[in-house]
Design a protein around this ligand. Structure first.
Ligand SMILES: CC(C)(COP(=O)(O)OP(=O)(O)OC[C@H]1O[C@@H](n2cnc3c(N)ncnc32)[C@H](O)[C@@H]1OP(=O)(O)O)[C@@H](O)C(=O)NCCC(=O)NCCS
Length: 331
């Protein structure tokens, strides 16, 4: 006789309860950048939209930045560490292969004992983490999930490589996801292309004994650019379709902040009306990978361009290659 397994129901839907972020103190503008690489402010602004970026100091560790961003998200969401029953940290720059950093962050936040794990989805990490959080809340596996996107990309960037140095930066963002009576996180549209693993990767393995220098980011910029502005851009329409929305229903568009021209291409594909506010946080933040979307949302709040209850399309994309995106209602 087969036993009957009980499966208690989860929440009908989920929502983001609070968002937080942390920006490193040190600002590096293009003039300073150009003391390290042969380039110009004009070229960097024209090709990417970046004017300055934030680089983490020694004390602004993955752990520290995560805790700062998470505390803000939890405070705004009205939850304490005891309420959090799952912590997901999206990062590709936690330099200890194992253990994951998430359990240590959970401990510091007072969520000791809660399941906690890292995910490696590069610049898609925040949206992938959000999709997991949504599924966990609706399945009943968790009630309040903390999702953190955090990077210290400068640790793996060759700051004298003119093909990458001016792009990458550091920071953290976080969101608390909890139960909701109405759908406030739309269905995720996501995917990956392992055949293109080599276009954005680390230069070599950590244990390559033939070379004493640490591995850094290698990027075929044009291949990544084409994939993001064509393949991922086309997928953004699916993100709206699956949520049953039209582009006119959006208040905000917050894509991963990788390049202004990729954002422009996505807007053309979506036939974005002027009524939609588009995040351009790349200008001040550079590319912070898994942290870029919550950081960009924070900036929109600060500028008075984002308000609670507004509808936003978010989409992350990057190394893997991996992409993920969904429609959300802002807390
Ligand atoms: C990196 C990127 C800005 C480079 O722009 P690009 O137009 O592809 O640049 P290219 O490498 O084709 O080089 C074009 C010219 O600029 C020059 N150039 C390259 N890097 C330069 C720099 N840092 N400063 C000044 N000139 C530069 C090249 O020498 C070349 O000159 P030439 O035409 O005289 O030969 C662009 O490819 C990009 O943003 N790609 C997407 C990257 C991305 O978003 N990655 C993260 C995804 S998560």
């Amino acid at each position: 006789m087969s036993a009957t397994i009980q499966s208690p129901p989860g929440a009908p839907f989920s929502r983001i309860m609070g968002i937080g972020s942390y920006r490193p103190v040190r600002v590096v503008d293009n003039a300073e950048m150009c003391t390290m690489i042969e380039s110009s402010d004009e070229w960097i602004v024209q090709r990417t939209g970046i004017s300055e970026r934030r680089w983490a100091g020694e004390d602004e560790t993955i752990h520290y930045m995560s805790v700062q961003a998470a505390r803000q998200a939890m405070e705004r969401g009205g939850v304490t560490g005891e309420d959090i029953d799952c912590v997901i940290v999206a990062t590709v720059t936690h330099m200890t292969q194992f253990p994951a950093i998430a359990p240590q962050i959970a401990l510091e936040l007072g969520a000791q004992g809660a399941p906690a794990y890292d995910i490696s989805a590069a610049c898609a990490g925040f949206c992938v983490g959000l999709a997991q959080a949504d599924a966990l809340v609706r399945s009943g596996a968790a009630t309040n999930v903390l999702v953190i996107g955090v990077e210290r990309l400068t640790d793996i960037t060759n700051l004298t490589d003119r093909s990458t140095a001016f792009l990458f930066a550091d920071g953290a963002g976080a969101a608390v996801v909890g139960p909701s009576d109405e759908p406030k996180i739309g269905p995720v549209v996501w995917g990956a292309d392992g055949a293109a693993a080599d276009v954005l990767k680390m230069t070599r393995m950590w244990d390559d004994e033939t070379n004493e220098e640490k591995p850094t980011v290698y990027m075929e910029g044009q291949a990544v650019f084409k994939w993001a502005s064509q393949t991922v851009a086309r997928k953004t329409t699916e993100m709206l379709d699956k949520a049953g929305l039209k582009v006119e229903d959006l208040d905000l568009f917050v894509p991963h902040q990788a390049n202004n021209r990729i954002i422009d291409a996505m807007m053309r594909t979506l036939r974005m009306p002027e009524s939609v506010t588009v995040a351009r946080d790349i200008k001040r933040q550079g590319n912070t990978s898994a942290a870029s979307i919550p950081l960009a949302i924070e900036t929109l709040y600060e500028e008075g361009l984002a308000k609670s209850g507004q509808t936003a399309l978010i989409v992350g994309f990057g190394g893997g290659l991996i992409f993920a995106g969904q429609v959300i209602v802002l807390p």
